[in-house]
Design a protein. Structure first.
Length: 141
């Protein structure tokens, strides 16, 4: 079985966050959704748990970072082509997200960034498969 990734993000308003990400085309697993959290499906092996801040805080002894002022993590999603990058980022901006950086466009990659309603940093990128050499995967953990 492939390793699954669960990214946990604190949010101020769960319903607003759900509506924001629905506008970007994401779906949610209702089995793991209640008034405190939801499970956003990114792929068959990647999920983003959106947790209201008090619930998120119950999983850590550290303070929750204010993502509108600091960056603790950048979440990068691959796209099939440049148009898919533009489509997703344009949807995010239309849904209330904010732009973060200029378009990154070296020879082999095209990337755009946005922050979601809670200030989390998202990057959407396309890398030219011909320019990216495939390496052997590291041993499983």
């Amino acid at each position: 079985m492939a390793t699954q990734i669960f990214i946990n993000l604190p949010v101020k308003n769960l319903n607003a966050s759900i509506e924001f990400f629905k506008k970007l085309g994401f779906q949610f697993n209702q089995q793991f959704t209640d008034e405190k959290a939801t499970c956003m499906i990114v792929s068959d092996t990647i999920y983003v748990m959106l947790l209201v801040e008090p619930f998120f805080q119950s999983f850590t002894n550290k303070a929750i970072a204010n993502a509108t002022r600091t960056t603790e993590v950048m979440i990068a999603l691959s796209a099939d082509d440049r148009e898919a990058v533009d489509t997703l980022v344009d949807k995010a901006l239309a849904a209330g997200g904010q732009p973060l950086k200029e378009i990154q466009n070296p020879e082999f990659m095209y990337a755009r960034n946005f922050q979601d309603l809670d200030g989390h940093h998202w990057e959407v990128l396309y890398m030219d498969p011909a320019a990216v050499q495939q390496e052997q995967p590291a041993a499983a953990l």
